[in-house]
Design a protein around this ligand. Sequence first.
Ligand code: PLP
Ligand code: COI
Length: 347
Amino acid sequence: MAEQLDFGALGFKYRKTNVIVSSYFKDGQWSAPVASADFNFDFSAFAGVFHYANSCFEGLKAFRGVDGKIRLFRPDENAKRLQRSGSHLDMAVPSEEMFIEMCLRCVKENIEFLPPYGYNASMYLRPVLIGCNPQLGIASSTEVLFAVMCAPVGSYSGAASLSPGTAVIARNYDRAAPNGTGAFKLSANYATSLHPYNMAHRQGYRELLFLDPATKTYIDEFGSSNFLAIKGNSYVTPLSDSVLPSITNKSLQAVAEDFGLKVEKRRVPVEELAEFEEVNACGTAVVITPICSVDDKQKLEDTVVTKTYKIGSPDKCGAVSEKLYKRLRGIQDGLEEDTHNWCLYLD
Ligand code: PLP
Ligand code: COI
C-alpha cells in the first residue's frame, strides 16, 4: 500500500505496486500493451530465458520535481540500449516509441508510489525483455515478452547519498569476456558477477571493481555501475569494449564539459588509482557513489598481499563530484535548467 510507505527510508528493493505493463511478441507482431495487477507471468518451463538467459533489461527513473512536474530521465537512451541488447540476442525489440509509451503508462498507473519531492527518492522503472517460447536446443527466442515494472526507490546501498564507500578489485573473476557481452545490458552479465559480488559484500565492501578481462591491467567498471575519476581538471572514465555504456556517465560527461572540465575517455591503468583525487561509481541506481578506498588483493606465491589505494576523504564526497551530482540531480528534480533537453515530462 502506497500510503504506508516511508519515502525517506526506501532503499532499493522490490515492492508490490499496482500494475506491470506488458506486451507479447508473436508471429511478427507485438500485442497491444496491457496493465495487469497479476505480477506472475504464465509461460513454459522450457522458455529460453530459464535455460539460455535469453533476457536483457533496463533501468531508468521518474522523478517528481520541485515544481510538481513528473520527469523521466532520458528514456530514449534506455530504449535504444534495450534495442541494442535485444538485437544482440537476436530477439524482437520494441520500437523507441513503444518503449517510452509503456514506461509513461507504468508511471501513470502506479502514480501513488512515485515519491514526493524532497525525499531524494524516485520511481525506478525496470523494463525487461525475455524469451518465452518453449525450446530445447540453443536458439534465440521467437516469442518475447516486453514488460515494464517499477518500484519506489531511495539510496541503492542503503547509506546516505554521497557517503563514501569502499571497493575491492575482482582479481579472480571477470564480469565479461573479451569480445563478449559486457557492452550490452544482458541478464547473463549479472549472473556472472553474483558470486564475486557476494564475496565482496561478505567482506564488507560496498562495490566490486572489474578489470579488463583480456589483460587485467586496466579498470573496466563496477558490478553495478561505471567508473569515473577526477584528476586535476579532468574527468577520467575507462574506454573499453567490455563496459556497459552508462547513460548516467554520458550525462555527467556533458555536465563536466559544461563546468569546463576536460573529459578523458581512455584506458585507465589500475595503478593510476594512486593519482586520482576523487573516484566514484555512477549509474541510474547508484547515481554518484564516492569510493574512498580500493583494495587490490593479489596472490604472490602462497600469500595474499593487499595494496590499498586511498582516495580523498572517507567521510566526505569530493568537491567536483558533489558539484556534478548536484547539477544532475538538480536537472532531474526541476531545480536546474534542463539545458540538454534530457527530461521527458509526464502530462
Ligand atoms: N554498468 C553496469 C554494469 C550497470 O549495471 C549499470 C546500470 O545500469 C551501469 C553501468 C550504469 O548505466 P546507467 O547509467 O545507464 O544506469
Ligand atoms: C541500474 O542502475 O539501473 C542498474 O541496472 C544497476 C542495478 C544494480 C540495479
